[in-house]
Design a protein around this ligand. Structure first.
Ligand code: DGP
Length: 115
């Protein structure tokens, strides 16, 4: 999508610190890290949010959550102690970039409830 900053990251039109890439998704370091490990895992395809997913996206979401996130958590060294995956959705959910993304946060103890 033309004006989407994450689509531009996918297309390598703007730089990012990529930590993972395959045919369906990429992961890169968050520009404003909230934890020692903070990466964003996003589909290459533009999907606005969780609410915009359709039946056709089941394999894509499963790929991200079943295959990629656990593998990345291990690779980034947070699997053993634990980590958090967050998909902020919509205005009150705190979503600032309207391209579906899963925050993978780790390397410190997380608090609950979130702010
Ligand atoms: P959210 O607030 O859930 O929509 O998270 C968006 C995140 O994206 C936020 O933590 C900051 C990050 N971010 C925004 N723009 C860029 C960018 O250009 N590059 C990178 N690496 N991260 C970005």
């Amino acid at each position: 999508m033309a004006d989407c900053i994450f689509c531009k990251i996918v297309q390598k039109e703007i730089p990012s610190q990529l930590v993972y890439e395959d045919e369906q998704c990429v992961a890169f370091k968050d520009l404003e890290p909230q934890a020692p490990v903070h990466v964003l895992v996003i589909p290459k395809k533009h999907v606005e949010s969780l609410l915009a997913l359709t039946d056709a996206d089941r394999d894509l979401v499963a790929h991200i959550l079943v295959d990629v996130v656990p593998q990345l958590a291990k690779k980034l060294g947070v699997a053993e102690k634990g980590f958090r995956v967050v998909a902020n959705t919509g205005e009150e959910g705190g979503q600032s970039v309207k391209h579906l993304h899963f925050h993978l946060l780790g390397g410190r103890s997380m608090q609950w409830p979130p702010g």
